[in-house]
Write a protein that binds this ligand. Structure first.
Ligand code: TRP
Length: 336
């Protein structure tokens, strides 16, 4: 039986934060523990070109992501995992062009990211509704389809915002299969169960880089504590009974604690007598405990960046080998 292939990409456009940990990294590491799955995880550095225009920053984000994933327990020695950089796989670019000849422009016109920029231009009464929109942004879903279809991936763990992109990849794949009369490309499916997990940020909105309300995964204990102490609460006094369902501190705690621990904290909220400082201290200790081993590994990799480069290079070679076999089949099919 052919093993199911899970594939997902991470765009290097920011420093990894706890929202990424809960929504993407943790579930991805868990998938990789299932030996019946083959997992391809990659850093989508070409995708980042549409929004990060600083070369040094791109390198920094790329290294931080690689270091974070490996330090959090993605085991590079497991033989069902590949963890590579998109730019190390030139075949993705080759497939990108082939797929663009199968992609319907009408569907891309309706892609959310593009449409929202067009709507903004219309709202601002711009005479050109495509003002400041690059072809990179417009073609983004085709490149994503190439990432996925090149590796025959079936399950694509993504957040809800990416589901439309997976639909577009399916559409492109079935068109190519139909035109060249062979089911050569696997139709991918979005897997959003665990990936849709979100965590609240310091201000009680969804944790997101764009809201500037994130807690970085890597920081010192002191800084971690300081940011947790900044979580916004109401002004209830320590004696007062508190509503756990209306508390950012409690909600974030649920992302990390066991059911028993969650219940214990809930009772403390309902009983009264616990100040916000105490609740935050409990949350800090929980998160900090989860990150102690991670922090040491992260610092080790930081002190030896060559280790990260070596792992990415080694996995790049393996992924390239598979990519080159798969692209040959496609070239053959289309007569090139
Ligand atoms: N666009 C995805 C994001 O921003 C990242 C990504 C690039 C991706 N290529 C992919 C995700 C392929 C899944 C599959 O989150």
């Amino acid at each position: 039986m052919q093993k199911n292939i899970v594939l997902t990409g991470i765009t290097p456009s920011g420093t990894p934060h706890l929202g990424n940990y809960v929504g993407a990294i943790k579930p991805a590491i868990d998938f990789a523990k299932n030996k019946d799955l083959i997992c391809y995880y990659f850093i989508a550095d070409y995708h980042s070109l549409i929004k990060v225009w600083d070369a040094e920053l791109r390198k920094q984000y790329t290294r931080e992501i690689a270091t974070t994933w490996l330090s959090l327990g993605l085991d590079q020695n497991l033989d069902n995992i590949l963890f590579y950089k998109q730019s190390d796989i030139p075949q993705i670019m080759e497939l990108n062009w082939i797929l663009s000849t199968m992609a319907s422009k009408g569907i891309l016109n309706r892609a959310h990211a593009y449409k929202s920029l067009v709507n903004k231009n219309i709202k601002n009464n711009e005479s050109d509704r495509d003002k400041s929109i690059t072809m990179g942004l417009f073609n983004y879903p085709i490149l994503m389809a190439a990432d996925i279809l090149l590796f025959d991936a079936k399950h694509i763990p993504v957040g809800k915002d990416q589901v439309q992109h997976i639909e577009i990849a399916r559409d492109i794949a079935s068109r190519l299969n139909h035109v060249y009369k062979k089911n050569i490309l696997t139709l991918p499916e979005a897997k959003i169960d665990k990936m849709s997990a979100t965590i609240l940020g310091l201000d009680g909105r969804k944790m997101s880089k764009s809201y500037k309300n994130t807690i970085p995964i890597y920081s010192t204990e002191k800084k971690l504590r300081k940011s947790i102490m900044k979580i916004i609460t109401n002004s209830q006094l320590p004696d007062e009974k508190k509503d756990p369902n209306n508390s950012t501190v409690f909600t974030i705690y649920q992302n990390f604690a066991s059911d028993v621990e969650i219940n214990t904290l809930k009772e403390k909220y309902l009983a009264g007598g616990m100040g916000w400082g105490d609740a935050k201290q409990i949350l800090y200790e929980k998160i900090n405990n989860e990150l102690i081993g991670f922090r040491e590994k992260y610092e080790h990799y930081q002190a030896n960046p060559q280790l990260i480069d070596d792992i990415m290079n080694e996995h790049g070679v393996k992924a390239r080998h598979i990519a080159s076999q798969n692209i040959s089949k496609i070239r053959n099919l289309i007569g090139i």
